[in-house]
Design a protein around this ligand. Sequence first.
Ligand SMILES: Nc1ncnc2c1ncn2[C@@H]1O[C@H](COP(=O)(O)OP(=O)(O)OP(=O)(O)O)[C@@H](O)[C@H]1O
Length: 260
Amino acid sequence: MSNIRPHGDARPRLRVVAARSGDAPEAVATAASALFALRDIDVRYGRVPALAGVTLSIHAGERVALIGANGSGKSTLLRVLHGLLPHAGGTLVNAVPPQAQAMLFQRPHMLRMSVRNNVALALWLHGARWRDAQREAVVALGRVGLDSVAGRNARTLSGGQQQRMALARAWALKPAVLLLDEPTASLDPTAKREVEALIADAAHGRTLVFASHNLGQVKRLASRVVYLEHGRVLADLPVHDFFNGPLPEEARQFVKGELA
Ligand SMILES: Nc1ncnc2c1ncn2[C@@H]1O[C@H](COP(=O)(O)OP(=O)(O)OP(=O)(O)O)[C@@H](O)[C@H]1O
C-alpha cells in the first residue's frame, strides 16, 4: 500500500547517528519553518552506508527531485522522510502528520482484490466508512483514467496501469506531501508521459519529493534538485541553477553522462 508503514521485523538493520551540536542559528531558523528538517542524517544498512551527513530542509509547495547514480541513497532518503526508517533524537523534524503524506514505491504493492477495493482499502484504513471509501475510490480512479478496469483484479494490470492505480490510491488520501520513488522507471514512453502528466496534476497545491533518473522529467516537474553521491548531498539548487549554473565536478559529470 502506498501509505502503509511496515513494522519492526521488516526493517533492515540500521544505525542512525545523531546531529552534531552547534548548528548555525540561521540553519535552525530555516529548519523551524520547514515541513522536513534533516540535520546530519547518517543511515547504515548493517555495514553498508546509505546516507552520510545529509542536511536539508523541505518547505511547503516545493517540488524536489532527488537524483544520483544507482545506490546513491535516493530511496533511502525518501524512506527516511516517510518515517519508514528509524532515526535517533533531534536529527529529523517532520512537521507533516503521518496521514497527510503518501509514498509511491518503485514497484507499487497490489493486493489480490479489485482495483477499486485496493484504493478503497487505503481510504478505509484512514478512517473512511467502507461505502464512502468505495465511492471516493471510483472518483480517484476516474481521475487517472482507470474507471473501466475498477472491477478487475489489480494484479492483472499492466505496469503503467499499476502506477496509475498507485497514484489514485495516494491521491484519494488527499495528502499534503507526495513522495515518489522513480514513479515512471519501468514504463514505456507513452505510459511515462501519461503518468508524468498525472503527477504534475497531483502536485498542484502539494509538496512533491521524487527520485528520478530521467533528467527531462526532472526539468519538467521539479523546482529544486538535490544531487546525491554515495549518500551525500553534493548539490542542492533551484532547478534552473542546477541545469544552467556551475556544479561540483561529480554532479557535472553525472548530468553530462545522463544527457549523453
Ligand atoms: N535493504 C537494504 N539492505 C542493505 N543495503 C541496502 C538496502 N537498501 C539499500 N541498500 C544500500 O544502500 C545504498 C543506498 O541505496 P538506495 O536504494 O537508497 O539507492 P538509490 O539511489 O535509491 O538507488 P537506485 O537508483 O538503484 O534505486 C546502496 O549501497 C544500497 O545497496
